[in-house]
Design a protein around this ligand. Structure first.
Ligand SMILES: C[S@@+](CC[C@H](N)C(=O)[O-])C[C@H]1O[C@@H](n2cnc3c(N)ncnc32)[C@H](O)[C@@H]1O
Length: 442
């Protein structure tokens, strides 16, 4: 930059900021382009022009400006992160990730870098890495409501809405009503509650978001309309995200609530029935939906090898603390059954099938996982109305006896035992249930 051009440059920048203040993006772009021509190595002008171009959706042109700013001012990682954001906006997630990860390697304590990394890793299908970056970002900037909304978005999209709720709830409780970040965070909080099947809480957040931002930049009105439409048609089925979060939330209270308040006894009833049919000992057992391991306590004496799988990592942690299982992991039971065909003498499902509607697929999967002569022992709640099964108000499915028999027949499993039981109590009354043991032909 020559000494003659310097005043011109300053003048152009002043014009650009005036234009931005007045909301005249075209005039701002013209002034910034002139400033960049006068001083090609001025990172500030490059960065400001990049931001204008990005707002217009001209992502690759914007990325080029941020790249020039980064070259002019290499010590400032935010230029590289801006460039990465533009590349991500343009759909090039791998190039964006290369830039973001290099920036993070230089500044590992940059919360914005971790937020971007979380978004990019999610877009690249790296969910676990995305969640790790989201948690790091939250740790580095725990009070930043704007940042929290961005992190929350990743958490919800990555299937961890419970952590999003836990993060946003206290921040929103303390946010100033006029905080411009509040409306966006409320929209996100509503999305997290909706993913947890908490429709009323979601609706409350979205109404508050509309009050905070009547122009509705976050789309709360559209989300409310979709929620009302879903509620009018009876609500959605239970999703794995909902079940996982339900039990993650419940894990610390589960044993006390179930055994004391709900008089839960499905595991004991299953063990008695298994003894009645004479299963013997030395068995390879898979406890699907093992929860905190109450089933494991009952069947451990029958086991040569005891494995447990559950959707909820926090339930699995409690099961692990019992020290009973030879293998424990968090996953969907369908995948766990498919993992090792013909491997198990006994598949146990104590009070788990209540989270599944149609039983045919899980019976098929259990049949495939059993050794010849192996058994599938489970409890369900009994449906006596019309149709094969129904989602009850308790948000648990109940299944008709005929549906159990049909699903067993369809999977080629013989009914060795089928009896009415009360696996637990609800509202002071025993729940009408069924306990069955199905056997694969030898
Ligand atoms: C009511 S608890 C019963 C836990 C344990 N079987 C017992 O008797 O204490 C139901 C468990 O099933 C798990 N679960 C529900 N659907 C599942 C699925 N599709 N895959 C794996 N686990 C599931 C839940 O996470 C929860 O821990």
């Amino acid at each position: 930059m020559t000494s003659d051009s310097f005043p011109d440059y300053e003048q152009r920048m002043a014009q650009a900021y005036d234009a931005l203040d007045a909301g005249d993006e075209a005039a701002a772009e013209a002034a910034l382009t002139a400033a960049v021509t006068l001083a090609p190595e001025a990172a500030e002008a490059r960065g400001a022009l990049g931001a204008v171009l990005r707002r217009q959706g001209r992502f690759l042109e914007a990325a080029a400006q941020f790249a020039a700013a980064a070259a002019a001012e290499p010590g400032r990682t935010s230029w590289a992160l801006d460039q990465a954001c533009c590349l991500a906006d343009a759909g090039d997630h791998d190039a964006a990730w290369a830039l973001a990860s290099a920036a993070l390697a230089r500044r590992a304590d940059d919360a914005a870098g971790h937020r971007l990394a979380a978004r990019l890793q999610l877009a690249r299908g790296q969910t676990a890495a995305a969640l790790a970056h989201a948690r790091e970002a939250r740790f580095l900037a725990p009070h930043d409501l704007n940042g929290a909304a961005e992190v929350g978005q990743v958490l919800v999209d990555a299937g961890d809405p419970l952590t999003a709720v836990e993060m946003l709830e206290p921040l929103l409780a303390h946010a100033h009503p006029a905080d411009p970040a509040r409306a966006g965070a409320l929209v996100l909080q509503g999305r997290a509650w909706a993913a947890l099947a908490e429709g009323e809480k979601a609706a409350r957040c979205w109404h508050q978001a509309l009050e905070a931002d009547p122009e509705d930049a976050g789309g709360a009105a559209r989300l409310l309309a979709a929620l009302e439409a879903a509620m009018a048609t009876g609500g959605a089925d239970l999703t794995p995200t909902y079940v996982k979060a339900l039990f993650d939330r419940y894990a610390d209270r589960f044993d006390t609530d179930l055994t004391q308040k709900l008089r839960y006894q499905a595991p004991q009833l299953l063990r008695q029935a298994l003894d009645t049919v004479g299963v013997g000992a030395g068995l390879d057992i898979l406890d699907i939906g093992c929860g905190t391991g109450l089933g494991g306590v009952e069947v451990k004496p029958l086991a040569r090898f005891l494995a447990g799988v559950d959707l909820s990592p926090r339930m699995v942690e409690h099961a692990r603390a019992r020290g009973l299982y030879d293998r424990l992991w968090d996953a969907d039971l369908m995948g766990a059954l498919a993992e090792a065909p013909g491997a198990w003498d006994l598949v146990l499902a104590a009070d788990v099938l209540v989270y599944l509607g149609d039983l045919a697929p899980v019976f098929q999967a259990a049949a495939g996982a059993l050794k010849p002569g192996g058994r599938f022992a489970a409890t369900v709640e009994r449906w006596s109305g019309e149709g094969p099964y129904a989602l009850r108000e308790s948000r648990r499915y109940a299944h008709a006896r005929e549906h159990v028999l049909a699903a067993a027949g369809g999977a080629g499993l013989d009914v060795e035992h089928l009896a009415p039981v009360a696996p637990r109590w609800e509202k002071g009354r025993p729940v009408d249930g069924l306990l069955f043991i199905l056997r694969k032909g030898a």
